[in-house]
Design a protein around this ligand. Structure first.
Ligand SMILES: Cc1cc2nc3c(=O)[nH]c(=O)nc-3n(C[C@H](O)[C@H](O)[C@H](O)COP(=O)(O)OP(=O)(O)OC[C@H]3O[C@@H](n4cnc5c(N)ncnc54)[C@H](O)[C@@H]3O)c2cc1C
Length: 427
């Protein structure tokens, strides 16, 4: 991994102070070696430490260097695939377990924030905004479906009601999830890392896992040290590269971009989002936005298949922001950055075990803030011998992208272009 510093993001500029962390230069022994200090790795580490395991975390760059420290900060519950599609694929029994878990990640985040006193600007309330009657119909059917799985907190909003919570007249209606919300994502990761250390876990930064020696007693090698462990958790997601070739074959790193305005002031901020909820629209290539604690607008959208960094992020995202909020035409953009998430063909997470002792979770395909927190719990349960919920994820079928490693990028872009056209013409 070439660059190991945080991007020049609003989050890096407003990060809470953290102590320097060591580089691994020894031969250490532990129960679980976690590879990657994003939410998946940190959440796994926390649940394991709380259950008496010794944990060592290896991070190639810095805590929250990946998507966990760069994302839109939206606590969006459920998965990147509708639960009825999941049900048709895997049948009612497995879908029931997955459906019951779909809103648990948001609860885990709130529990972590409260228990470890994490300062990350947590706010409640997330809006799914419909741009067409077809999208509104979809939200109505999703609400009915979620009620079947016991999630009854969702509120449908007609055009008048959504106008009360989003100062934008593009939407025909929407759905409000008060168990959704938003956070400063890097500060959440940094707070979770501090919690890991408070429980006796060790985090090494600038210490990439470069080789895994598999077997009954696996060893993870870094450039200057090694970790001997009973178990390994692979949590490198879109930044993992080819460390575990079996995982790379069925997933594809994709880039997505975010901009942040200058502070808008109380009056303008309140005109855009009076209740301070976060918003994502219902397009396939969706736009999402929210206010920060100091009343800037963070706006994200678009996907670059294959994770190339676009040259001028502001030129890509600003027009989307102005379409939603023309009143921001004279507002300055203070920060613009890109980050990678991991896409799977089914848009469902890739979870499983290699041999007896290497566990992994990755590829939640965009909506990962809540899922990754749940994943940590489910992986920890599996290591403790309770694998029912782990198996519900591990049994999801996954397929390689058409075109293989060489052609998967243009093929996926073609698919997205098709869905983009459907969004554009409201089909
Ligand atoms: C710009 C952007 C906006 C997003 N917005 C949202 C949003 O608003 N809401 C939402 O729900 N989801 C969002 N997502 C998705 C969400 O952020 C991710 O799904 C989630 O953070 C993934 O967490 P993770 O821990 O699995 O991976 P990451 O956070 O990417 O962490 C992986 C870590 O592993 C490390 N690593 C990789 N390889 C190695 C190695 N060999 N050795 C050691 N360490 C290694 C990396 O350096 C990195 O720190 C967004 C993603 C992006 C990129």
């Amino acid at each position: 991994m070439a660059n190991t510093q945080y991007p020049e993001s609003y989050y890096a500029a407003s990060a809470n102070a953290v102590p320097p962390r060591p580089v691994l230069q020894d031969d250490v022994e532990t129960d679980v070696c976690v590879i990657g200090a994003g939410y998946t790795g940190l959440s796994s580490a926390l649940f394991l430490l709380e259950n008496g395991f010794r944990v060592t975390v290896l991070e190639a760059a810095k805590v929250g260097f990946g998507a966990s420290g760069r994302n839109g900060g939206q606590i969006v519950n459920s998965y990147s695939r509708d639960i009825d599609v999941i049900e048709r694929t895997v049948g009612p029994k497995q879908a029931q377990l997955l459906g019951e878990m779909a809103f648990e990640g948001g609860r885990i985040i709130r529990e972590r924030v409260a228990r470890y006193n994490i300062q990350c600007d947590l706010k409640d309330g997330g809006v799914f905004a419909a741009l067409s009657a077809r999208q509104m119909g979809h939200l109505e059917s999703q609400k009915r479906l979620w009620e079947r799985f016991g999630h009854t907190q969702l509120e449908l909003m007609d055009q008048r009601r959504i106008r009360e919570v989003v100062g934008c007249d593009q939407y025909v209606g929407g759905m409000l999830d008060m168990s959704g919300g938003h956070i400063h994502p890097l500060n959440l990761a940094l707070g979770e890392a501090a919690a890991v250390e408070s429980l006796g876990g060790t985090i090494y930064e600038q210490s990439p896992a470069v080789r895994i020696e598999r077997g009954a007693n696996p060893i993870v090698h870094t450039p200057q040290g090694k970790v001997r462990a009973r178990f390994i958790i692979v949590a490198g997601n879109a930044y993992l590269g080819n460390l575990v070739p079996e995982l790379a074959a069925k997933s594809m790193p994709c880039g997505t971009q975010v901009i942040t305005t200058e502070p808008l002031g109380d009056e303008l901020a309140k005109a855009l989002l009076p209740q301070d909820y976060c918003v994502e629209d219902c397009n396939y290539l969706l736009d999402y936005y929210r206010l920060t604690a100091d009343k800037r607008l963070i706006f994200g959208g678009g996907v670059v298949y294959g994770a190339r960094d676009p040259a001028n992020i502001e030129a890509i995202i600003r027009p989307k922001m102005l379409k939603a909020f023309p009143q921001l035409k004279d507002v300055k953009i203070d920060y613009a950055w890109t980050g990678n998430f991991l896409l799977t063909l089914s848009r469902l997470p890739q979870v499983g075990r290699l041999g007896d002792n290497i566990y992994y979770s990755q590829g939640c395909s965009g909506h990962g803030v809540t899922y990754t927190h749940l994943a940590g719990k489910v992986l920890a349960e599996a290591l403790r011998g309770q694998a029912e919920r782990f198996d519900a994820f591990a049994d999801l079928p996954h397929y390689p992208f058409p075109g293989g490693q060489l052609l998967r990028t243009p093929f996926a872009a073609l698919g997205a272009w098709y869905y983009g056209l459907r969004d554009k013409y409201g089909l």
